[in-house]
Design a protein around this ligand. Structure first.
Ligand SMILES: [Fe+2]
Ligand SMILES: [Fe+2]
Length: 145
């Protein structure tokens, strides 16, 4: 039984427990989740239909910029070096998958929207759950004097 609470009609809306308490990162994450929603084509996203491929390329730029800002934060917090390296290689893997996807699409390979969406969910939703949510503990540690 899922009672809907107010504004949360979107499938991918970021849960509260995914907030890191870091305004810049949280708002970038929110924007990425919103972009995923747009890709899924939820009614609340955009009234004018943007082509899937256009949204996908916006998303690529967004992810790129987000990783740059997140990584500079990661390097500044007290994250153990092995975990930092693991997190950064997860980012690299996502960017590689994104590039590969684009090359495949450009080569005219038939890739269904559902499998693209599955991939994008992995980059955004799964990554934030698995990796980004762990940033919290190190940031609060480094901010506690
Ligand atoms: Fe992130
Ligand atoms: Fe990350």
């Amino acid at each position: 039984m899922n009672s809907e609470r107010g504004q949360s009609t979107s499938e991918q809306t970021m849960n509260h427990d995914l907030l890191l308490g870091l305004p810049e990162i949280d708002s970038e994450h929110r924007a990425l989740f919103a972009q995923l929603d747009r890709l899924i084509g939820k009614p609340q996203s955009h009234s004018v239909a943007e082509p899937f491929s256009e949204i996908l390329s916006q998303l690529g730029r967004q992810i790129d910029a987000h990783f740059v800002s997140e990584e500079s934060l990661l390097k500044a917090c007290d994250m153990p070096p092995e975990e930092l390296a693991e997190h950064m290689s997860a980012h690299e893997e996502i960017l590689e998958q994104y590039t590969r996807l684009n090359l495949d699409l450009m080569a005219g390979k038939a890739i269904g929207q559902q499998s693209i969406l599955k991939m994008v969910r992995g980059w955004i939703v799964d990554h934030v759950h698995q990796y980004d949510s762990r940033i919290r503990q190190y940031v609060s540690l480094s901010e506690e004097q």
